[in-house]
Ligand binder design. Structure first.
Ligand code: GDD
Length: 411
């Protein structure tokens, strides 16, 4: 792969944010030059073998999920965390069928679990991580909650890199590219605490019966503006380095996943920045040993512009407004947010704010202390919706026989 070198890196305390890098060629020829870095495919393949891709899904069209799963490179493990409907028509059952069929045909390693499985909730309770549970000890709704489940499963597989791919993507080829872009980012990383965030080249919309290749969405444009304002006012130098505030498509090293705090729902992505600024930014007070290690190594953020455009399901205006609210709330409550930034954020929230003051998003602490093996052993023993289809098993059904039986009883 041939990828542009970043023109500049913004250093904010221990956080290094690289300016956007364009993908010049997905399959390159080994030609290096000062403006671009060639990453040989065997290096990318090495990363893919240590990579789990998590697909959070909630009631998406089954054809879209099928395309996304088939696009993820074989060397990666795939983890589907579903919060889809269980009442008839049981969408989760359809998703399980797609997963099982894909495994039968390809032998790729795939794990699947339902977010509302009561035994999954119990496993979190048992692990002492009950911040994502509701009153009935079941995991709450929310994409972030699904992502945390996926990250624990990835850790139990011993993976070094964890990435995410939304299930509502219409272009399987773009999903394949996203995963390769993640891997390329990790090949360039110098710190074991690094993250790769994707910036879609275009997000096409239909405008007056024609496709319009739009570059910026309302939510990301606004989120980026205020994240940049946060850094600019703290550092005293204006910057526009952040362009991936809402990057749903992102990946991180497991070492970084272990020390990050997470915000609920869709505010998880902008909160990555806010957490890192609060914890490791300019003037932050480093307290724990693990944080000292990360602060010394530096936390590296790559922002890669994809070659493919992103075409996905549109979920409507209210959904977009809620996403924007979640992002702005997160920035408003940053430790680094001064009165000036707060007043600007409040102005921006104007009519869309539903409360007198911006609410605080629910924050979930780092997952590093959870024993992922114990967590998954408990799931394997108890959770009816949990299935693990191993890579290259000769009898593809053998591993999940008893689970499948159990599942059929529960449908
Ligand atoms: N497991 C799980 N649980 N998955 C969920 C849930 C949930 O409660 N809610 C949504 N998802 C899944 C969706 O099915 C989809 O695969 C993915 O999470 C993203 O959700 P969408 O509702 O499609 O979000 P979006 O497309 O509007 O926004 C995406 O892009 C934004 C950047 O533009 C998301 O990835 C955002 O997080 C991101 O900020």
């Amino acid at each position: 792969m041939l990828i542009e070198m970043p023109r500049h890196t913004e250093i904010f305390g221990s956080v290094k944010i690289h300016e956007v890098q364009r993908i010049l060629k997905i399959d390159s020829g080994g030609f290096t030059n000062p403006r671009a870095r060639d990453i040989p495919f065997d290096e990318i393949k090495d990363v893919l073998g240590r990579f789990a891709v998590i697909v959070p899904v909630k009631d998406e069209k089954i054809h879209l999920l099928d395309g996304v799963l088939r696009a993820i490179p074989f060397d990666c493990s795939v983890i589907v965390v579903s919060n889809s409907q269980r009442e008839a028509p049981d969408i989760y059952k359809m998703e399980e069928d797609v997963v099982k069929n894909l495994h039968d045909l390809t032998q790729q390693e795939i794990l699947i679990v339902h977010q509302k499985d009561p035994d999954l909730g119990f496993a979190f309770y048992d692990a002492g991580y009950d911040c994502l549970l509701d009153r009935d000890t079941v995991v709450r709704d929310g994409k972030a909650e699904g992502m945390i489940i996926g990250m624990l499963l990835a850790k139990s597989l011993g993976k070094d890199f964890i990435g995410f791919a939304d299930a509502d993507n219409y272009i399987p080829g773009s999903v394949r590219e996203y995963v390769l872009d993640y891997a390329a980012g990790f090949c360039m990383a110098e710190s074991p605490y690094s993250m790769v965030r994707l910036h879609w080249r275009y997000k096409p919309k239909v405008v007056e019966d024609k496709l319009y290749f739009k570059k910026w969405g309302r939510v990301s444009e606004t989120t980026n503006k205020y994240l940049n304002l946060l850094i600019s006012t703290c550092a005293g130098f204006e910057t526009r380095v952040v362009i991936t505030g809402n990057a749903g498509e992102h990946a991180l090293t497991t070492k970084l996943a272990d020390i990050l705090g997470y915000s609920t729902g869709y505010s998880i992505e902008p909160y990555h920045f806010v957490y890192l600024f609060d914890q490791f930014g300019l003037g932050a007070e480093i307290i724990t040993d693990t944080d000292t290690d990360a602060a010394n190594a530096g936390i590296e953020i790559f922002q890669i512009e994809t070659l493919n455009p992103h075409i996905h399901e549109e979920k409507g205006e209210e959904h977009v407004t809620n996403m924007l609210l979640g992002s702005l709330q997160t920035i408003y409550h940053s430790k680094l947010c001064n009165d000036y930034v707060r007043s600007k954020v409040l102005e921006e929230m104007g009519d869309i704010m539903k409360w007198d003051q911006p609410k605080e998003n629910v924050i979930m602490p780092p997952i590093g202390k959870i024993d992922a093996q114990k967590f998954v052993t408990l799931l394997e023993r108890t959770a009816k919706t949990f299935a693990r289809f191993e890579r290259g098993a000769i009898e593809s059904e053998s591993k999940v026989e008893t689970k499948t039986d159990l599942k059929e009883e529960s449908v």
